[in-house]
Design a protein around this ligand. Structure first.
Ligand SMILES: Cc1cc2nc3c(=O)[nH]c(=O)nc-3n(C[C@H](O)[C@H](O)[C@H](O)COP(=O)(O)OP(=O)(O)OC[C@H]3O[C@@H](n4cnc5c(N)ncnc54)[C@H](O)[C@@H]3O)c2cc1C
Length: 348
């Protein structure tokens, strides 16, 4: 995967042409497209990892309906999108939420929840379902970042560890299956007797090395500096397992949050756009699952097309005289430095 640098706590720097809110598939493709059109771009996401729903909810699943990919793992698709944007000077500001949008001369200023700001000529909102907030397992909260996590972007990071996954849905089962070949031990704890996950995955689960503990709950976490053990209660029985990692796969809540307060026209908690992907605010576009127009279908491939449309229109707005239709990428590669010599994604 190209190196994506989180710049939490650092100012975003000089004005850019395009600020993208959200590093899901639509936002990442908007960043690529900005580079392709010779525009500088910053992508801001509240999550520490790029990839939006794909990374947070199903990085290990295969997708079969993304154009040009007969089958691609969620994680691989996001890596590919990052690699595609890598020749350009895209900056990724991860782990910070955009909380404000204010007009300024020549564009817009985004403010972030760490007190930072990004000045941009145009804004592409690719906020999907909004900010994801993980459902927490109360007893594990003190160990957040010290062994307790809410998703598994890189299963390899858990190699050789004792891992306890908590939950009964697709993410919990998928992650347990992905971790089992790598971890020293993998235990899946679910408070009910049956799983909500896909039937095929559940069959794989019971055939795997994962220790499955149903009708049970993690009731305590212990450890000095980091997580070392978890206590599990199953009926009257209470037992302790070694655990250097606990993955609380209890789902996420999501909501548009501050985006709804920026004076943008909304429709059923989505941002209303026209055929150019423009919102009612000049120079502010919306793409991907966050946008609404009659007949929209919430698919990744659709979001890619919308991102291209929005950035091409932004290019014309930012640089009057430019053509709306881009050159064919097969004929020219405008805006990029020499592909062969360029490192991956640059830091903020
Ligand atoms: C289990 C599952 C399986 C799926 N399978 C498929 C499939 O096979 N094929 C397919 O086409 N689609 C599939 N989808 C749908 C697909 O994942 C979504 O359509 C796609 O992720 C939408 O992309 P997006 O970039 O618009 O938004 P998202 O992926 O939702 O990303 C939005 C990003 O914006 C960030 N954000 C939101 N608000 C802010 C803010 N204020 N500040 C900073 N960051 C913010 C969020 O943190 C998030 O990272 C599936 C979805 C799920 C849940």
């Amino acid at each position: 995967m190209p190196a994506v640098v989180s710049a939490v706590g650092r100012p975003a720097g000089a004005a850019v042409d395009v600020a993208v809110v959200g590093a899901g598939p639509a936002g990442l493709y908007a960043a690529y497209y900005a580079g392709f059109r010779g525009l500088s771009a910053v992508v801001v996401d509240a999550l520490d990892e790029p990839g939006g729903q794909v990374s947070a909810l199903y990085p290990e699943k295969l997708l079969y309906d993304v154009a040009g990919h007969p089958a691609v793992k969620g994680r691989q698709l996001i890596d590919n999108l990052l690699e595609q944007a890598a020749p350009f000077e895209t900056r990724y500001l991860l782990g910070r939420a955009v909380v404000g949008l204010a007009r300024r001369t020549g564009g817009w200023t985004l403010s972030t929840d760490d007190g930072g700001r990004v000045d941009a000529g145009a804004v592409v909102i690719a906020a999907g379902l909004g900010r994801f907030v993980p459902r927490r397992l109360p007893c594990s909260v003190p160990y957040e970042g010290r062994g307790v996590a809410y998703h598994v972007p890189r299963p390899e990071a858990h190699a050789g560890r004792d891992v306890v996954v908590v939950g009964g849905g697709d993410s919990a089962v998928d992650w347990a299956l992905a971790l089992a070949p790598l971890a020293r031990s993998t235990t899946l704890v679910h408070r009910r007797g049956t799983f909500r996950a896909h039937e095929y995955s559940v069959r794989q689960l019971y055939a795997s090395a994962v220790r499955v503990v149903t009708d049970a709950e993690v009731v305590a976490c212990h450890g000095a500096q980091r997580l070392e053990q978890v206590q599990i209660r199953r009926g009257e029985e209470v037992f302790t397992l070694p655990a250097q990692a606990l993955v609380a796969a209890l789902g996420f809540t999501s909501g548009l949050g501050p985006v709804a307060e920026w004076g943008i026209d909304l429709e059923h908690r989505r941002i209303r756009v026209d055929r150019c992907m423009s919102t009612n605010l000049p120079g502010v576009y919306a793409v991907g699952d966050v946008c609404a127009y009659p007949g929209r279908v919430p698919l990744i491939t659709v979001g890619f097309g919308e991102a291209g449309t929005a950035v091409n229109h932004a290019a014309v707005t930012l640089r009057p005289g430019e053509r709306l239709a881009p050159e064919h990428s097969s004929d020219a590669f405008p805006g990029a430095r020499d592909r062969a010599t360029v490192p991956s994604v640059s830091a903020a």
